[in-house]
Design a protein around this ligand. Structure first.
Ligand code: NAI
Length: 715
């Protein structure tokens, strides 16, 4: 029989080899038709001539989980329960092949084995994977929980602690760790995967192994070896601890991890059937939550950005093989690291002296060593990468660079003189990118003889961890230059948005009114704790005052002057910066700021800061007021950036805020938040704030327009 999405072969020994190969997508994902046909494949596997089964993939990846679009349909039609029950039924039948019919089932896993993919693999009696495999239940990242048995079969196989860890964090595991926890039985080279899987299937026919599967592992691995999990009191403690950790990490803003813990616990306490029922019920409930809708929107937006070239024309990007990074400090070191490690290009770090070169090289070395230590990289790869990075204090060899990224001090004159120096030594095709965080690229490009080759590449600290790159174009930047910066950013592993030039571009600019407002709140009697804890509980990783300490209060003071110049009174803060700087408060870097630092470690709030600011003891302020004023300041500025054409789209504004600034992912980004609240509600709030606190809250015209038309920013 021919299948549309599966290859089927029955060997002479009776091993049915099923290779998944979704016909309409490059990747295997669980779509409606794919699932329906799986049921037909299972009919065939239940025939008596099949003695054993191998389930693998004809593609690079095993099965990457559900086609996320399916969730949106489920949400709209409220069909989640039926869809999940149908999937459960099919998965149960695969499990019954070995549990009931004594036919060993071997999952042969390559590449991504995620979500519904891992849940399929969990139904097998044995799992073999290649060393490139990635196994995980990432559903919580979409505001969901595993819905095809993962909350039950995974902890049963790998133990409660490992199961909780994987499901509650959503982080996938690599083969080595998977083997250690009993998730896979064997790791094999890719080219041997199917041969070995077939062999293991044949060996297991007629032996106890075909039946062993989950039940034996539950006895052996999950209970006996883990004393804590073996008794009710220990288990209760485990769940309590997991819940506490989850709340500490998420601020309790995410319903999915909580439900995941509950579903696992119900299964452990009341048995598989009760656990499955809870899993399905919770999933159906979660798919309807605004948090899940927001998280899914971010997923779709970042997928779209992967395909976005950053330009509207069809110009090809230039090849980039050799990159020079000017400045080997915090940012330059990070940029060099991701260029050498992820993009795999040759990198030359140029600094003013040998010490600077040493700092830059040491940064790359630190990042590489950390990955090697976590077994993410072999010694050989480490050597290869380090061989690609060189340092210098001269311009030697610059004629061969395709792209120069400067990350020297934030000083317009310095950056301009560097443009001139670079253009004197590079070829006419070399692109010049600046990592400035605020200076308009147009101003820097004024020093250039070929402004079409000048672009902004704004990274975030720490570069090797932060996912965003904001590419900034001026009126003169050519499409070829933009496309090259975008393509190279993607090779560095970044999600890239392209914005038009302007003071602070997008990501730095939206923080302007937000941090100013924090100052106003402080001046009106809110305490540092009130402000920072309010925004943390709103979902930001840190509050605005701690952010000030992290960025550097001196840097912030400098930026606020630039913003005041560029935007006028709208960006005028409460005149606090000067007093803080005069008191030598630079934040974390000199251990003096809104908080107290002891040997680099942050302690409590530094209460003397109120005196320095000429304020009395704080009176306190309601959390809701702080949250409303700060969030509205942020949303309004984001809308202004769209209105003025700084942003190309609301989508980019959402991704920029979430990936670059830690805007709460469960709120989907500022524009998603506005859509969720309703632009009319936002306008009313802003009008009320403007009446009370001044013109700085005047709503953007684009908000009024959307309020009137009812149009959404995101679709
Ligand atoms: P940093 O002070 O850590 O590093 C700057 C480095 O540039 C120093 O090592 C210095 O020796 C070197 N340098 C100065 N003049 C030079 C020259 N003429 N040639 C070669 N090297 C030279 O500063 P950081 O934080 O790395 O900032 C660099 C740039 O990145 C600035 O424009 C900053 O605004 C921007 N930026 C900083 C972010 C941050 O979080 N620190 C975030 C995004 C952008």
């Amino acid at each position: 029989m021919e299948y549309k999405n599966y290859h089927f072969e029955l060997t002479e020994q009776g091993v049915a080899v099923v290779l998944m190969d979704r016909h309409d997508e490059a990747m295997n994902t669980l779509g409606e038709e794919f699932v329906r046909e799986l049921a037909i494949v299972v009919d065939r596997l239940e025939q008596p001539d099949v003695k054993a089964v191998v389930i693998g993939s004809a593609k690079k990846d095993f099965l990457a989980g559900a086609d996320i679009k399916m969730f949106t349909d489920m949400e709209a039609d409220e069909t989640a329960v039926e869809a999940l029950q149908a999937l459960h039924e099919i998965y149960d039948r695969i499990e019954a092949l070995h549990q009931v019919a004594d036919k060993p089932v071997v999952a042969a896993i390559t590449g991504a084995c995620l979500g519904g993919g891992l849940e399929l693999a969990l139904t097998a009696s044995m799992r073999i994977c290649t060393d490139t495999a990635q196994l995980g239940q990432p559903e919580v990242q979409l505001g969901l929980i595993p819905g095809a048995g993962g909350t039950q079969r995974l902890p049963a196989l790998v133990g409660i602690q490992n199961g909780l860890q994987m499901i509650v964090t959503g982080r996938p595991v690599r083969p080595y760790k998977a083997k250690k926890m009993g998730l896979v039985d064997e790791i094999v080279p890719t080219e041997k995967l199917l041969d070995i899987a077939r062999k293991r299937a044949v060996e297991a026919i007629g032996t106890q192994q075909s039946k062993d599967g989950i039940r034996s592992k539950l006895r052996v691995a999950a209970i006996k070896d883990m004393a804590l999990e073996g008794n009710p009191a220990g288990r209760k403690m485990l769940f309590k601890k997991a819940t506490e950790m989850m709340v500490a990490e998420t601020g309790g803003n995410y319903p999915a991890p909580r439900r995941a813990i509950e579903a696992i616990q119900i299964g452990i306490d009341h048995g598989r059937a009760a656990g499955v029922a809870a899993e399905i019920r919770f999933f159906a409930e979660l798919v309807e939550t605004p948090e899940s809708a927001a998280l899914r929107s971010i997923f779709f937006a970042s997928q779209e950005l992967k395909r976005d070239t950053g330009i509207d024309s069809h110009v090809d990007p230039l090849d980039v093989d050799t990159v020079a990074v000017l400045g080997g400090g915090l940012m330059g070191g990070g940029i060099a690291a991701v260029s050498a490690i992820n993009a795999g290009v040759n990198v030359r770090i140029k600094e003013i002296d040998d010490a600077g070169v040493g700092r830059g090289l040491a940064y790359v070395d630190r990042v590489v060593s950390k990955r090697a230590k976590r077994r993410r990289m072999s010694e050989f790869e480490v050597d290869q990468i380090m061989n690609r990075v060189t340092g210098s204090t001269t311009w030697d060899g610059f004629e061969r660079t395709d792209l120069v990224i400067e990350a020297v001090f934030e000083d317009l004159d310095l950056k301009r003189s560097i443009v001139k120096d670079v253009e004197a030594v590079v070829s006419k095709d070399t692109i010049f990118a600046s990592n400035t965080s605020t200076l308009p690229i147009t101003e820097i490009a004024k020093a250039s003889n070929r402004p079409d080759k000048v672009v902004g590449m704004h990274y975030f600290s720490p570069v090797e961890k932060m996912p965003l790159l904001e590419v900034i174009t001026t009126e003169k930047t050519s499409d070829e230059t933009t496309a090259t910066a975008v393509a190279f950013g993607k090779r560095q592993g970044k999600t890239v948005i392209v914005v038009n030039d302007g003071t602070g571009f997008y990501t730095s600019r939206v923080l302007g009114p937000y941090t100013n407002e924090a100052g106003f709140l402080l001046a009106e009697g809110a305490s540092v704790e009130d402000i920072d804890s309010a925004m943390k509980s709103w979902g930001f990783p840190i509050g605005p005052l701690l952010l000030g300490d992290e960025v550097g209060i001196d840097v912030g003071a400098h930026i606020s002057e630039i913003f005041l110049d560029a935007f006028g009174d709208r960006m005028k803060g409460p005149d606090m910066m000067a007093a803080l700087v005069a008191d030598d408060r630079k934040g974390r870097k000199n251990g003096r700021g809104f908080y107290i630092y002891d040997k680099g470690e942050r302690k409590g709030v530094d209460d003397s800061v109120y005196g320095v600011l000429g304020l009395g003891a704080p009176k306190g302020m309601a959390r809701s007021e702080i949250q409303e004023r700060l969030s509205m300041a942020f949303l309004n500025e984001a809308a202004l950036c769209l209105e003025e054409g700084i942003l190309r789209s609301a989508r980019d504004g959402d991704i920029g805020a979430v990936f670059g600034l830690g805007y709460p992912p469960f709120r989907g980004g500022p524009f998603w938040t506005i859509d969720t609240m309703g632009a009319d509600v936002v306008v009313n709030k802003l009008d009320a704030l403007a009446a009370k606190h001044g013109k700085r809250f005047t709503p953007a015209q684009i908000l009024r327009d959307h309020a009137e038309s009812g149009e959404r920013f995101r679709t």
